[in-house]
Design a protein around this ligand. Structure first.
Ligand SMILES: [Zn+2]
Length: 359
């Protein structure tokens, strides 16, 4: 049996205002409890997930022992995370399992077909929050052996729930392509199609908006939709493999004084990759990421590497005279690199098979 795969799905809460207020209060108390544990762990390096730690920290008013226990686990995992250097401040949401959450379908109501019960305070009493199944949730639930996990991440305006589905085998026939992700064209493919050619204009509009204004939030959503539309334009039915680059030129920009434009670039890149991953899973397409070294300087025809071959949007090989759109040339190189990698992997596997046969 292939191991199950957890897919996170966001659902909107349609709870009444008074119920929502109760949830908000619960989230506030939970955060406070986690931060109390963090304070304790930060002062006592040897704090463990045990009764001593549990008893040393006071309980937030109106919070149950059970909630306190999950808050303790959360705090310890935050403090012991290898990336944690400074004292963390917890501002996230409670992730709750079946001890706190029941999810039930409601077949009699057309309006809200899913109800999430959250245990708030009183034993046995759960407040019921209505929500709706949507296309994406139904899609994953329709898969064979898919199950909706009893639990969620609880947010003021909704929930993140998880569907367990067995991993499906990747496609064995179809087209391999390379993609170059950029700002002038969001996606340039190795077969010469450019997708999302007005992405830069959209980015300029974002940069002109005042940060955190309503207009800013609106345009960020517009960007997200734009990116997803572009990803959907790829010929998913026909694809077997997509090769893409690991973050290019952006690693250098990891310094503190990154410009806003660079930050936008970084996030756009991440959004494209996340979108590709999601669609690739749905379509059983293999994703291969390659090292970005020289993909924009190398000639996709003769293999010569020269920075001078690339002038802005044009690639003209100084060795063989090959002319191509610079991003298209890069996408072709990305495809070649990805295919080389797949071939080398196959040969390693076959070598191993030979070795096992001999021994
Ligand atoms: Zn050349």
């Amino acid at each position: 049996m292939t191991p199950p795969y957890k897919r996170a799905i966001k659902l909107k809460s349609y709870a009444t205002r008074s119920k929502k207020k109760k949830i908000e209060a619960l989230i506030r108390r939970y955060r406070k409890q986690v931060n109390l544990f963090i304070d304790h762990c930060w002062q006592n390096e040897n704090a463990k997930l045990d009764k001593t730690t549990f008893d040393s920290v006071e309980i937030v008013q109106n919070l149950s022992q059970r909630y306190k226990a999950t808050a303790q686990r959360r705090a310890l995992s935050l403090c012991s995370h290898p990336m944690t250097k400074n004292k963390p401040k917890f501002t996230g949401y409670p992730v709750l399992d079946a001890k706190f959450i029941t999810i039930k379908s409601n077949k009699t109501s057309n309006l809200f077909d899913l109800w999430i019960g959250v245990s708030v305070l009183k034993k046995g009493h759960r407040i019921q929050l209505p929500t709706k199944k949507h296309k994406r949730l139904n899609y994953w639930l329709s898969k064979e052996n898919a199950t909706l996990i009893q639990g969620c991440e609880l947010r003021p305006d909704g929930f993140i729930v998880w569907v367990d589905t067995p991993l499906e085998k990747r496609k064995e026939t179809g087209m391999d392509i390379g993609v170059d992700i950029g700002m002038n064209k969001l996606i340039m493919t190795s077969y010469g199609e450019s997708i999302g050619t007005d992405f830069n204009t959209l980015n300029d509009r974002i940069l002109r908006k005042q940060k955190n204004s309503a207009a800013y939030k609106k345009i960020l959503q517009e960007k997200k939709n734009y990116i997803n539309q572009c990803i959907n334009e790829l010929p998913w039915q026909q694809l077997k493999t997509i090769c893409y680059e690991n973050l290019k030129n952006l690693k250098k920009g990891r310094k503190r004084n990154k410009s806003l434009r660079q930050k936008q670039q970084y996030w756009s890149y991440r959004q494209v990759i996340d979108g590709l991953k999601l669609k690739a899973q749905e379509n059983r397409v293999r994703l291969v990421y390659i090292n970005p070294a020289y993909t924009s300087q190398k000639c996709s025809s003769c293999g010569n590497i020269a920075a001078s071959s690339r002038v802005l949007e044009k690639y003209c090989c100084v060795a063989c005279g090959h002319k191509q759109d610079a991003d298209w040339n890069a996408a072709t190189n990305i495809l070649h690199k990805g295919q080389e990698w797949i071939t080398s992997l196959k040969s390693v596997k076959s070598k191993n098979q030979i070795l096992t046969a001999i021994s």
